[in-house]
Design a protein around this ligand. Structure first.
Ligand code: ATP
Ligand code: MG
Ligand code: MG
Length: 399
């Protein structure tokens, strides 16, 4: 038997924390690079953990020197050093630095998908500096209002997106986005948003070995932040959900490396699917699979794929329905506590409520936890009725 693998993880937020929760029963060792007391470190006491930034090349190399595999909980990492590690050491980088580098730049990501025949919203690069205002005007003439201005890099939770609704927004856009490298995207008046998680493995030559999609889920965003996820989607025909799985798989097939990926999509008014963006790691839309697919949560999928262990032939939920509600920080540090207490007190007939808190300080709009509700036999409409008090309370916290 080969020696016990050690996974080095760049980033120790909530995704890393849930990865550690999946790793513990399997006795898989994880070494985390992030700030002291990061959410994942709180539950993963390991002498190989490193305090520092996952953007710091020297610290990434130090982490790699203790590990067999490196993986990530964020795409916003230094890919130059990951390329060096992958090409000069025996440590494997999962997913590939090539995938991380492509996904880091949302404009390059869209251009790559378009070049591979994947349907995406039309995008154009925006010139910065003095030419920006003219460039924005030209886009407005081309796309019409509204359209989306997006920072190419370092965005999450919509921080880096601005909806341009009229000429009056252009000055604000230059003031707020002038210093970033940006692109413009056509607005998509979608019916709903879906997300499909896909597990990808490959052989030593980089050829795809297995592509395993999860069932499509519906995601609801408010103020650009995901607030809820529904399995199955509430009003999307099964045929569209199946197509979303096919699109998700074909997107992930065009990437490089082993791991779990999420593909965010828009369903247009004509039931067409446009890919919004890819996450090369576990994703907020997949939290509910901890309970809905207990034999292969997205975190166990990350472990199993990067360690190249056996995956199941199919991903099949154990429950008829599930809803995930994000707990976002409110105006006060304890604004969310009544919601947490309510969730902890709810028991239903073959319907269950699970609370996950991340050990993060509460700040307005910060993701500090989530609640998953599952129904063994309940339809998504019945489960929605059961979960309504939680959805209502989560909205109050956000106000
Ligand atoms: P995250 O990485 O946290 O998912 P992000 O900051 O990368 O978010 P996007 O995924 O680009 O942001 O956008 C966030 C949300 O904004 C989308 O899920 C969608 O609700 C809305 N949105 C983004 N682009 C468009 C578009 N072209 N048309 C309509 N709505 C959009
Ligand atoms: Mg994003
Ligand atoms: Mg997104």
């Amino acid at each position: 038997m080969s020696p016990k693998p050690v996974i080095g993880l760049l980033g120790g937020g909530q995704l890393g924390r849930m990865l550690c929760q999946a790793a513990a029963p399997l006795d898989v060792e994880i070494a985390i690079l992030d700030a002291e007391n990061a959410p994942a470190k709180q539950i993963n006491d390991n002498s190989r953990n490193i305090n520092g930034s996952y953007k710091d090349a020297a610290k990434i190399k130090e982490l790699a020197s203790h590990c067999t595999v490196l993986s990530v909980e964020t795409e916003h990492v230094d890919t130059t050093v990951l390329e060096e590690i992958a090409t000069t050491t025996k440590v494997s980088v999962c997913p590939s630095w090539k995938t991380l580098r492509l996904i880091q730049d949302k404009y390059e990501q869209k251009a790559y998908l378009a070049s591979k025949g994947i349907p995406v919203a039309e995008s154009v690069a925006i010139e910065g500096g003095d030419a920006m205002h003219d460039s924005l005007k030209a886009v407005s003439a081309k796309f019409g209002y509204p359209w989306m201005l997006k920072a190419r890099k370092d965005s999450y939770d919509g921080r880096g997106n601005l909806k341009i609704s009229s000429e009056a927004d252009l000055e604000r856009a230059v003031a707020e986005f002038g210093k970033f490298s940006c692109y413009a995207e056509k607005f998509c008046p979608f019916q709903c948003e879906l997300s499909v998680l896909v597990i990808r493995t490959e052989d030593d030559e980089g050829r795809t070995k297995q592509l395993l999609p999860y069932p499509a889920v519906e995601t609801v965003h408010e103020d650009n932040i995901c607030s809820r996820v529904y399995l199955p989607p509430r009003a999307t025909p099964a045929s569209v959900c199946e197509r979303a799985q096919q699109v998700g798989s074909s997107v992930v097939e065009k990437l490089w490396g082993r791991g779990i990926f999420a593909v965010e999509m828009f369903v247009t008014q004509d039931n067409e699917i446009l890919v919004n963006e890819i996450a090369p790691r576990p994703h907020n839309s997949g939290h509910l699979f901890i309970e809905a697919v207990p034999y292969m949560s997205q975190y166990k999928a990350q472990l199993t794929s990067i360690l190249d262990e056996t995956l199941p032939p199919k991903i099949e939920p154990y429950v008829a329905s599930s809803i995930m509600i994000n707990i976002l920080g409110g105006a006060n540090p304890d604004s969310h506590l009544p919601l947490v207490e309510k969730a902890k007190s709810m028991y239903g007939n073959k319907m269950s409520v699970y609370v996950h808190l991340y050990g993060k300080e509460s700040k307005p709009s910060r993701k500090i936890g989530h609640i998953t509700v599952t129904g063994v036999v309940a339809s998504i409409a019945e489960l929605e009725e059961f979960a309504k008090p939680l959805v209502d309370m989560a909205s109050i916290v956000r106000e």
